[in-house]
Write a protein that binds this ligand. Structure first.
Ligand code: KIV
Ligand code: ZN
Length: 513
């Protein structure tokens, strides 16, 4: 069966979206999960763009073995050198070099003539090829480029050694028929196209990214690029889980394989949502909370008689099973460790002990501990940096009454190890907490966005809070969970502050060493 490679760019194009700011530990966690998900290629970042991106790409390249790891690079030597330093330890070093080819990009952004653009592209691919066995070249804004020019430049970059040619619809302007036709045209007109991998990269500005990717596949694409949950700049990228499930469910029609481990979809989607703070819309195909919910009486009746009346995808297919857990209040450390290992977590003793004590606290307050709860507990420990001293919430108390002024009192351990208590008021309980925390951290804090959602179902479900704030002019996003949403909100606020501190600490460490 023909195989379509899934190229995941959650950590590069996805991370580029507004408000997302992952640290290295979180990127590594996502990369590990993407490897389990079965991505053929993981674009781990843009090494030349920042020391943080460089470090993440390097660590992921050294860690991931079953997916090819790549990094983005502009068509310039210094970027290619940085990419090589970051990726040289990878199993199969792969680079992704891009250069814009549309008239508007060449004239206004690059300020180069088409001839100059061809020369720069060829030179960059030749230079990259000195180091990398696998060189992907992307014609940025390919869909709005002149077709004859595309053929000319692609002919030359293939001759220069490119092994994959990517045809992005950078601004999400294409329709499926047009995008498919472009692939057919390139297949028929580019010399040596059969020797390289042809790739599709779609943005969702008109809501057609997944349909366009599939149209490309129907017209000869060997690889599709996208992100988990479709996150990305503006309206986002093609949602990879949707493409994988569509090709699987309609195998009768497409007859294609992706190599994706469909059972890892739910977990991958949850992890990306949890760490990026980007909430999944409830009705989103495949991974939305309501994707398998049947509300109307007629539908429920049909489902009881035969699930196939209304269900074309089962939750089990994507690993979304509401399995009751044998773990509870009385479970021991041993069973807890076994569960962590079965769920794919490899936690050192100190982190496992911390997760276990959080689990015990939760089990005292919550009737049933779900797999989702455990996933959050384990992930939280896995991504913790031990080295940086941070704020730790000890207690939060709120006095609220419809006729009173809400007052919050917070006790926390400060980065210097001292414990302190602060109190303040606000127009509501959350504002009182945030005002108190602002006093505690002694910085100028602005709340840019704040959201609370539940994890799992039921009245005792955990609450998850996401706080997007700026501290002393720097944006930072924090999230945390607790059984009480006010506690989750306080912890999410401090998580944003702590992430800011970690960023500063990493920067300082780099400058010193
Ligand atoms: O959308 C785009 O054109 C890109 C390129 C860098 C491949 O993301
Ligand atoms: Zn893109």
């Amino acid at each position: 069966m023909r195989k379509i490679d899934i190229f995941d760019t959650t950590l590069r194009d996805g991370e580029q979206s507004a408000g997302i700011n992952l640290n290295t530990a979180e990127k590594i966690e996502i990369a590990r999960q993407l490897e389990k998900f079965g991505a053929a290629v993981i674009e781990a970042g843009f090494p030349a763009s920042s020391p943080g991106d460089f470090e993440a790409v390097q660590r992921i390249a050294n860690l991931v073995k079953n997916s090819t790891v790549t990094g983005l690079s502009r068509a310039m030597k210094s970027d290619i050198d940085a990419a090589w330093e970051a990726l040289r330890g990878a199993e199969q070093p792969h680079i992704h070099v891009f250069l814009a080819t549309s008239p508007i990009h060449m004239e206004y952004k690059l300020m180069k003539t088409p001839d100059q653009v061809v020369d720069i592209a060829v030179e960059a691919v030749k230079y990259a090829k000195k180091f990398f066995p696998l060189v992907q070249w992307s014609a940025e804004d390919a869909f709005r480029s002149d077709r004859e020019f595309l053929v000319r430049i692609i002919n030359q970059v293939i001759a220069a050694g490119a092994t994959t040619i990517n045809i992005p619809d950078t601004v999400g302007y294409a329709t499926p028929a047009e995008y498919g036709a472009l692939f057919k045209f390139l297949k028929e007109n580019v010399t040596g196209i059969e020797k390289v991998k042809l790739s599709a990269h779609c943005h969702d500005d008109l809501g057609m990214a997944v349909a366009n990717s599939i149209a490309a596949i129907e017209n000869g694409a060997d690889q599709v690029e996208g992100t988990i949950n479709g996150i990305g700049e503006r309206a986002g990228n093609a949602a990879l889980e949707e493409i994988a499930v569509a090709l699987h469910i309609r195998k009768d029609f497409y007859g294609l394989e992706t190599g994706i481990n469909l059972k890892e979809i739910k977990r991958t989607s949850q992890l990306v949502s949890q760490l990026t703070g980007v909430v999944i819309q409830p009705n989103k195909a495949v991974v939305g909370k309501n994707a398998f919910a049947h509300e109307s009486g007629i539908h429920q009746d049909g489902m009881l008689k035969n699930p196939e009346t209304y269900e074309i995808i089962t939750p089990e297919l994507i690993g979304d099973k509401a399995a009751p857990l044998a773990l509870g209040k009385h479970s021991g450390r041993h069973a807890f460790r076994d569960r962590a290992i079965t769920m794919g977590f490899d936690l050192e003793d100190e982190k496992l002990n911390k997760a276990f004590s959080e689990f015990k606290k939760l089990a005292d307050r919550k009737k049933e501990i779900t797999e989702e709860d455990l996933f959050v507990l384990f992930t939280d420990q896995q991504i913790k940096y031990k080295e940086t001293p941070v704020y730790e919430l000890t207690n939060v108390q709120v006095q609220y009454g419809t006729a009173n002024i809400p007052t919050a009192t917070v006790t926390a351990v400060l980065p210097n190890g001292e414990t302190t208590s602060v109190a303040s008021t606000g127009a509501g309980s959350v504002e009182a907490i945030f005002n108190t925390l602002e006093q505690l951290v002694q910085g100028k804090v602005h709340i840019l966005d704040y959201r609370v959602t539940s994890i799992g179902k039921g009245r005792d479900a955990l609450g998850e809070a996401v706080v997007n704030l700026s501290i002393d002019g720097e944006v930072s996003i924090g999230r945390d969970v607790a059984q009480d949403v006010l506690e989750a909100s306080a912890k999410a606020y401090l998580n944003a502050i702590n992430r800011h501190l970690m960023k500063i600490a990493i920067k300082e460490k780099r400058t010193v060493s």
